[in-house]
Design a protein around this ligand. Structure first.
Ligand code: NI
Length: 190
């Protein structure tokens, strides 16, 4: 009988699990119904937050997997589970504005690779390879950092509170700013 996924607690900066290098997932673990439940719970937790990515350490599980869903952006970008991810290609540099569900309410500026190729396993243990550019590529890098005990605030400059509703209204004067703000809002939830 399938179990109902539930929303797990997202741990916050200062919790030791967020600072540990997560352990590789074994095939035995992956085949365990409790591990499959963890994956379902991670999706449920991410959608509830809401966010576009969530790594296992953020729900206090020190294992190398994350979930991502940017399906609104592109059909190929979610919902995805990546187990034991590894970057096989990292290319270029792009500025990124990010936030994190484990550092609530804050955003910061950092530099990410422009393009990454990420290989790993899906939830059935099948090999997958994902190419990421744009928001998807930055999201993959943010989640990968979580598996190595790294938070974006370790790399970011100008860490600041996310904009308030009033600031959003004031900003909503040009299309470009609105678009930039929309991107920030999306990025501010990984
Ligand atoms: Ni995060």
């Amino acid at each position: 009988m399938a179990t109902v996924p539930y929303i797990r607690e997202i741990i916050q900066d200062g919790h030791p699990t967020l600072r540990k290098v997560a352990k590789k997932v074994t095939m035995d673990e992956l085949g365990d119904p409790l591990f499959q439940q963890l994956i379902d719970d991670m999706f449920e937790t991410m959608y509830h937050a809401p966010g576009i990515g969530l790594a296992a350490p953020q729900v206090n599980i020190g294992k190398r997997l994350f979930v991502v869903d940017l399906q609104d952006d592109d059909d190929d970008h979610g919902p995805l589970v990546v187990v034991n991810p590894k970057f096989t290609v990292t290319d270029g540099e792009v500025p990124s504005i990010e936030g994190c569900l484990s550092v609530v309410g804050m955003i910061g500026d950092l530099t990410r690779f422009e393009r990454v190729v990420c290989s790993g396993l899906d939830r059935d243990g099948k090999k997958i390879e994902l190419e990421g550019t744009g928001l998807f590529g930055r999201c993959l890098q943010h989640e990968m950092d979580h598996l190595d005990g790294v938070l974006y605030i370790d790399k970011a400059k100008n860490i600041r509170p996310a904009v308030t509703e009033e600031e959003k209204e004031a900003l909503a004067q040009t299309e470009a700013e609105v678009a930039a703000l929309a991107n920030n809002a999306e990025a501010a939830t990984v």
